[in-house]
Design a protein around this ligand. Sequence first.
Ligand code: TYD
Length: 233
Amino acid sequence: MFYHRSVSTSHRGKFITFEGLDGTGKSTQIEKLAKALRARGQAVVVTREPGGTETGEKIRQVILHSGTTGLASMAEMALMFASRAQHIQEVILPALSQGKIVLCDRFTDSTEAYQGSGRKLGSKPVLELHRILCDDLQPDLTLLMDSDLRTSVERARRRNLAKTSKPGTSHKDENRFEQENRAFFGRVRHGYLTIARREPSRVAVIDARGTPSQTHTKVMDVVIRKLRLRSGS
Ligand code: TYD
């Protein structure tokens, strides 16, 4: 083990994760929150999964590329955790031990929702792997962006297709999950809401159906309360 429970519980920074279906506006909200926290003088690190490190970004390409066909669900879950273990060691724990606020786009709740519920692997293997490979590192706060299923999935599809077909870009294909059907995303959303009910003190469900700035106001309210920041300061 490279890191131990004592490191993760004695850290001085704050670990905030963003979760939700594809296309719920997570990235916009992370950017807005990072800007607001930096304006208050906080040191903020923004990162994402799968990815966040050089090795993790390579793993991300394999997992998300629509050319990756026939990937076994267990292999998919293992790759998510491979990226995460690297990310924790290389980025998350060092930043937390320096007292920074880490804003992470997706973490283990994504694996529980997508692989556990979506791919029907169940929560148990996900939570066990998290304990073994991630030393059970828990976010201080998780913001679950909840929106209408159809709107968010359609938005994610449009966005990824636009990214793939844009001339002059690197034709980055991250479409593999967008090809899943409605039933899959229905299970993912149900998985997320089950986690939120199980861990209400960690997970805040944010209604993400309004405008980005309305959603940002809701996010700030929760973050200020949870991190005990002074409002408006
Ligand atoms: P992301 O880039 O956050 O997608 P989006 O911006 O569309 O929300 O995540 C990429 C995809 O990877 C997304 O479809 C969810 C999936 N994923 C899992 O299935 N399991 C995981 O553990 C993680 C971190 C992501």
